[in-house]
Design a binder for this molecule. Structure first.
Ligand SMILES: Cc1cc2nc3c(=O)[nH]c(=O)nc-3n(C[C@H](O)[C@H](O)[C@H](O)COP(=O)(O)O)c2cc1C
Length: 317
């Protein structure tokens, strides 16, 4: 798949996930062979103001390239200023978030709220495309409601406004995480636009990646919750795509522990004493895959320091 001028080798993508897909987790996914990673959503108005905390979300280094910076906003001047700032930071692509369904964002009529204003989407995407030499992608939901999906209309508008690819999470704003994702909309979008289509929604197993590719004809598959506590899903999915067989190396509890400790090390290099606090939200997932929910899983619930985390590992694993 080519996004603008950027060649993407492979078909697996780490989805943007707020509070999860920071630089260390993206590097970990990269070590397991993911083809493309996104930053979590950042607010354009804060980046434009050079807010330090928001800029930290855009920390990147060449070892994770290609990486997409995701921005959210609805003010043209603000998003184009942000795009220009991002251009100088090492990102190869900018993604415009049209999929965030949380109340705070909908209230600003940004994120998925913009799906109710197709013309405005066109104006903003065009403005972004004109403001930067980086390719602009969009990530969308199926529409505002289940009954009235307008992702095909939005997709066409984005394409004609210059977007270089579209990621579709086929659930509506009204039910963003309830019920199954409607993969048939990904297939329809793929038949509607010529630019690459990325599918996301309900990918939990490596086999789901293959199923989505085959069922929808999409160009690449994005894994979100399925990668939490399980970044090796990219290695396994790639192996399955390339050979048609399951990856031969089963993930024993001991190997999962090694992955978790590697994640911790990457976080320590990134955030020092705050590493355990950043790892904490990932730990229930690792505990579950290790079969240690009732022991280690309970012990790490309230850890606050790196030392407490290391002690829990020594005691339980
Ligand atoms: C905890 C969490 C945070 C998310 N944050 C973002 C985000 O910052 N930007 C975005 O475009 N999508 C975000 N998403 C949506 C995912 O990228 C993905 O499209 C969605 O979860 C569907 O995939 P899944 O069913 O495999 O989880 C988030 C999802 C989760 C679960």
């Amino acid at each position: 798949m080519k996004i603008g001028t950027v060649q993407i080798h492979g078909k697996t993508i780490l989805a943007p996930m707020a509070e999860y897909t920071n630089y260390p987790f993206r590097v970990l996914a990269k070590e397991f062979g993911v083809s493309l990673v996104y930053t979590e959503m950042t607010m354009a108005k804060d980046i434009a103001k050079k807010d330090r905390r928001e800029l930290r979300l855009l920390y990147t280094k060449p070892n994770e390239s290609p990486v997409i910076a995701q921005i959210c906003g609805r003010d043209l001047e603000c998003i184009t200023t942000t795009a220009k700032i991002i251009e100088g930071m090492g990102f190869l692509i900018i993604d415009f978030n049209l999929c965030c369904p949380i109340a705070r964002i909908l209230k600003q009529k940004a994120g998925a709220g913009l799906l109710a204003e197709p013309n405005e989407v066109g104006r903003l995407v065009q403005g972004l495309v004109q403001a930067t030499s980086l390719p602009i992608t969009v990530k969308i939901l199926s529409g505002m409601t289940l009954e009235n999906p307008n992702c095909l209309e939005i997709g066409k508008i984005c394409e004609s406004s210059g977007a270089a690819a579209i990621a579709l999470h086929p659930r509506p704003v009204s039910e963003p995480y309830i019920g199954p994702a409607d993969w048939s909309l990904i297939q329809k979008l793929k038949q509607t636009v010529k630019i690459p289509v990325i599918g996301t929604g309900d990918i939990r197993q490596p086999t789901d990646v293959l199923k989505m590719l085959e069922a929808t004809g999409c160009d690449a598959v994005m894994v979100a919750r399925g990668a939490l506590g399980r970044p090796w899903i990219f290695r396994d999915a790639n192996h399955l795509i390339n050979t048609g067989t399951a990856h031969p190396s089963a993930m024993t509890a001991d190997k999962i522990k090694q992955v978790m400790m590697r994640h911790f090390k990457l976080l320590k290099d990134f955030a020092g004493d705050s590493a355990a606090m950043l790892l904490r939200r990932h730990l229930p997932y690792y505990a579950r895959y290790m079969g240690q929910e009732d022991t280690f899983g309970k012990a790490i619930r309230n850890i606050r320091t790196n030392k407490e985390f290391e002690e829990s590992v020594r005691t339980w694993l």
